[in-house]
Design a protein around this ligand. Structure first.
Ligand code: BES
Ligand code: MN
Ligand code: ZN
Length: 473
């Protein structure tokens, strides 16, 4: 996605607004209350201060919010070129703080695509100020550039998730994914329905057949470390429209159904950023993309379907389609792409929204070292995750009397059992499952760096997970 907002280091150019950040009680005459704004009107300039709240409690999310608030204010004041003081972010959080600043700026200015004629708005130019002493080893420019590429990944994910379902069929989605990879060292393969069938991806196809818009399997390979055997497999759920199928969703639940490809968008967005930043890692993204609808060909509750793994699956609910297509994509990644570790990311269950709301994603993992790697990545992104347990009895809940496994739990625990289903297909590889059903979309923004609609959840954490591969060699 084009990054139209120019953001770079301040180099002494004239600006029409300067933004500084203060903690509570730091300067007299300004309370410094969290996100409070104070304006100073000059002749040609509108400078303003943003409160950071109490120094002790100032955290990473606060840092992102402060910068997002700043650019939004600047936009409201019709500033064209502003300078923001990086000092607090940098002295508090180092490189991560610089990334937070860039994130706050770029996401604070994010606007969804619209489908009406509209005059192009003037863009704001952003300059980030840090003294030479603060930039001890001279890495600041590189950090800003890296963060900018990362945010382009988040923008891409948001754009895709916000796009209406009829304007993002699996075929169009595949085209967008390929186009975004152009000029980057990413190899893209797009498999069509016949190839999917020939491979034997029966579970994926069972869902995909439910629509006149045929499914696509998108495979994207990035090889940033030729000397390593490691190859992370990121599997992203790419359901471009989820009506529930014959287990039809109620009308009130239908509005968000176009966003059911947020996992796919996150994995892709992260991969583009890795490629742009030449991260030393090998990552393969596998995206099963299809619609889940009602047609003469649709699968039905009670059906037993096959899968690429050879396991047979009893269908308890056609609305539990995500795990079916992910199961086949996981098997594909293992068999055809020789991935060494697996991460799947999906808007998988409503239950995870009930548990954690819109700010925290549920995670399951069956390998502590792999989880520790993930946690390190999440530490850099400052996205919020919570690990769910994998106890023996949960596995029993997806057992079937007539097939190898069932796509519906027989006793609640909807988020965990969805994960248990997937684990069956990922075993014995280290596996992480990330359920972003709650975090991928906000009807009303929770944080300043969000806007109504897609959040781009997962992009930054998956990017840093790629970087951990480099760190852990
Ligand atoms: N894509 C949905 C999950 C979802 C729900 C995402 C709410 C975003 C917001 C998924 O395919 C689904 O329908 N899951 C069902 C599973 C159930 C039938 C076992 C659910 O969670 O209700
Ligand atoms: Mn569903
Ligand atoms: Zn779904």
């Amino acid at each position: 996605m084009e990054n139209e907002n120019r953001i770079q280091r301040y180099q002494g150019e004239p600006v029409d607004g300067e933004v500084r950040f203060f903690y509570e009680g730091e300067v007299s005459g300004f309370s410094g209350e969290y996100l409070k704004v104070r304006y100073y009107w000059g002749e040609e300039k509108a400078d303003f201060w943003i409160g950071l709240g109490k120094k002790e409690s100032f955290g990473r999310i606060d840092c992102k919010e402060a910068f997002a608030k700043a650019v939004k204010e600047a936009k409201a004041l019709e500033r064209r070129r502003i300078c923001l003081d990086l000092t607090k972010a940098l002295e508090r959080f180092g490189k991560d703080g610089v990334t937070d600043a860039v994130e706050g700026c770029m996401l604070g200015l994010y606007e969804p695509e619209t489908f009406r004629e509209k005059e192009k708005e003037e863009q704001i130019e952003i300059a980030l100020f840090a003294s030479r002493e603060m930039d001890g080893d001279g890495s600041l420019d590189a950090w800003i550039r890296e963060a900018k590429h990362l945010m382009e990944g988040v923008w891409f994910a948001r754009h895709m998730v916000n796009r209406p379902g009829n304007k993002l069929t699996p075929e169009i989605f595949a085209g967008e994914l390929k186009q975004e990879a152009e000029g980057l060292p990413i190899q893209v393969d797009i498999l069509e329905e016949q190839q999917i069938q020939r491979l034997g991806m029966e579970a994926f196809l069972a869902v995909g057949k439910s629509s006149a818009n045929p499914p696509r399997l998108i495979v994207m390979r990035y090889r940033g470390d030729a000397d390593s055997e490691e190859n992370y497999g990121f599997i992203g759920k790419g359901v471009t429209c989820d009506t529930g199928g014959y287990c039809l969703k109620p009308a009130a639940s239908m509005l968000g159904i176009k966003g059911d490809m947020a996992g796919a968008a996150a994995a892709a967005g992260a991969l583009y950023a890795m490629a742009k930043n030449q991260v030393k890692a090998n990552v393969t993204v596998v995206i099963p993309s299809c619609e889940n609808r009602i047609s003469r060909e649709s699968f039905l509750p009670g059906d037993v379907i096959g899968s690429l793994s050879g396991k047979n699956i009893e269908i308890g609910n056609t609305d539990a389609e995500g795990r079916l297509i992910l199961a086949d994509a996981i098997t594909y990644a293992i068999q055809n792409e020789r991935v060494t570790k697996i991460l799947d990311i999906a808007t998988l269950t409503g239950a995870v929204v009930a548990m954690f709301g819109f700010t925290t994603a549920g995670v399951m993992c069956d390998d502590d070292a792999w989880y520790e790697t993930f946690e390190a990545a999440a530490g850099h992104s400052a996205e919020q995750y919570w690990r769910l347990p994998i106890f023996k009895e949960y596995k029993k809940m997806v057992e079937s009397k007539i097939a190898d496994v069932r796509n519906l739990s027989n006793g609640g625990c909807a988020s965990i059992t969805a994960g248990m289903f997937l684990k069956t297909f990922a075993s014995p590889l280290p596996w992480i499952h990330v359920d972003i059903a709650g975090t991928a979309w906000v009807d009303s923004p929770i944080w300043e760096f969000q806007s109504a609609g897609a959040t781009g959840a997962g992009v930054t954490t998956l990017y840093y997970l790629g970087k951990e591969q480099e760190n852990r060699r």
